[in-house]
Design a protein around this ligand. Structure first.
Ligand SMILES: [Mn+2]
Length: 465
């Protein structure tokens, strides 16, 4: 793999005085990947532009123009045919971790894909990680960009086992060595550096914990029972302020409670979801949303969700001024959209699949298309939802249905790969789909939604045995 990464680095050096375009995936990993390469190019005073797309559908590729060098990051491999039709004969680098299409490349293409080297692109390395290997070959001084590669990996939920695997571990080691990252075993609470402890507890829903998940009063009384103060002189204590003894006390109680609730065959996965590796970006301010690598990735994700990836790009590259403030605004808007989306779920509830293994909602005209996945994900934690069944969100528009599906980490650990399930189900009704094991999407003909849901449900049942 390093040989190919080196070839890519050589190609970049060759074009250092030419026009270079970066085309990346419009999600957190894609934005981080673009930031990694863009930052490395900046350091060498190489001019370049960045552009973000959701998918390299034929009509999307049609709109692109080959320049002296085009660098695709976090996409390209799985739509290689479309890319080739337009870019064949031109200098192109693809750094991707999605499963590649079985298509020949062309002479001027340097194709760096995780799968070609026997890596598990779903869990072991992200698009930002693949890109990182190129910039490290470009200059060893780029090792400090490894922190962004970890943010990208978390954006793609590559830590579902409570820790990073494979090459991601190597990348994390690079960032520990270059003093940008700290990796520590901790409670897997979201908002470690920014939220009051009881808030962080309340939003913990995977696995669901009785009397804690979605229950602010429950969290407050839990902390009281465990003799853990939730305030100090400086205001609310955050998860990061807990002492090791307090953390252990809390972890023991959370695990014990989750055990009582979780179906027996899933019990073995519970501790790994409550305790795991936490990643802290040491160069960020202590109370900043960017201090925790997981929160950093949410920030970047919100810019991509709302189609402002260039804001995310600048923040990922280090802007803490104008773009950072724009991102915080976007984050506020993001939270408002979440509140509205959840209000809709609260009002309308979820429908059940015919065989009871799927839950879905149709939010046409209610929720923005780019946002349906976020709401589907949060719906899993909602009180009206069965947390042990995947959730599907549907938006109908112009005869097509845009579908997003989410499964819990718990189901993933049990063996459910929603990305594969949705791809197969979509294909079987003449549509297209794919994505990650816990977060994925599809597009099918509006008239075939019921048929699609049945096929999807069949596949979920098959996979879960
Ligand atoms: Mn990715």
């Amino acid at each position: 793999m390093l040989t190919v990464a080196r070839k890519a680095a050589e190609l970049i050096k060759k074009h250092r005085n030419d026009s270079i375009e970066i085309i990346s995936h419009m999600d957190a990993d894609g934005v981080c990947a673009a930031a990694v390469i863009s930052k490395a190019l900046d350091r060498n005073n190489v001019e370049h532009h960045a552009k973000f797309v959701r998918m390299l559908y034929r009509e999307v590729v049609e709109e692109l123009e080959p320049t002296d060098l085009t660098i695709f990051t976090d996409l390209g491999s799985s739509q290689l045919q479309n890319v080739r039709d337009k870019f064949s004969g031109h200098d192109v680098i693809i750094a991707d971790h999605h499963e590649p299409e079985r298509t020949e490349g062309w002479r001027e293409l340097v194709h760096l894909n995780a799968h070609q080297f026997g890596l598990d692109g779903m869990q072991e390395i992200s698009g930002a990680g693949m890109t990182y290997f190129i910039v490290r070959e470009l200059d060893q001084a780029n090792r400090d960009l490894s922190g962004l590669a970890i943010v990208g990996a978390l954006g793609d939920i590559q830590n579902a086992w409570g820790k990073l695997l494979g090459y991601n571990r190597q990348i994390a080691q690079d960032s520990i060595d270059s003093k940008v990252l700290e990796q520590k075993i901790d409670l897997m609470l979201y908002g470690r550096h920014t939220r009051p402890i009881f808030k962080a507890l309340e939003s913990f829903t995977d696995p669901p914990i009785p009397g804690v998940s979605n229950s602010a009063p429950g969290c407050v009384s839990l902390l009281k029972d465990l003799d853990i103060p939730f305030k100090s002189d400086g205001g609310w204590r955050r998860p990061v302020d807990l002492t090791d003894v307090e953390k252990r006390r809390l972890a023991t109680e959370l695990i014990a409670r989750a055990y009582k609730n979780v179906p027996e065959e899933l019990v073995q996965y519970v501790p790994g979801l409550i305790i795991g590796e936490a990643h802290t970006l040491l160069k960020e301010n202590k109370r900043s949303m960017l201090r925790g690598a997981d929160e950093f990735s949410t920030c970047i994700n919100s810019t991509a969700r709302h189609e402002q990836p260039l804001i995310g790009l600048e923040v990922a590259k280090g802007d803490r001024g104008t773009y950072y403030r724009a991102m915080l605004n976007l984050l506020r808007y993001h939270r408002r959209c979440i509140a509205e989306g959840m209000e809709f779920i609260e009002q309308s509830g979820l429908e059940r699949g015919r065989r009871g293994y799927l839950q879905y909602f149709d939010a046409t005209g209610e929720i923005k298309e780019t946002f349906i996945g976020t709401i589907a994900g949060l719906a899993i934690g909602h009180r009206t939802c069965d947390p042990y069944k995947p959730v599907v969100g549907i938006i109908r528009e112009g005869g097509a249905a845009k579908i997003s599906a989410r499964g819990s980490k718990l189901l993933f650990l049990k063996g459910l790969d929603m990305g594969r399930a949705i791809r197969d189900a979509a294909r079987s009704v003449g549509g297209e789909g794919g994505g990650h094991a816990v977060a994925c999407g599809a597009q099918v003909d509006e008239n075939r939604i019921p048929e699609f849901l049945l096929k999807l449900e069949d596949r979920v049942i098959d996979q879960l045995g």
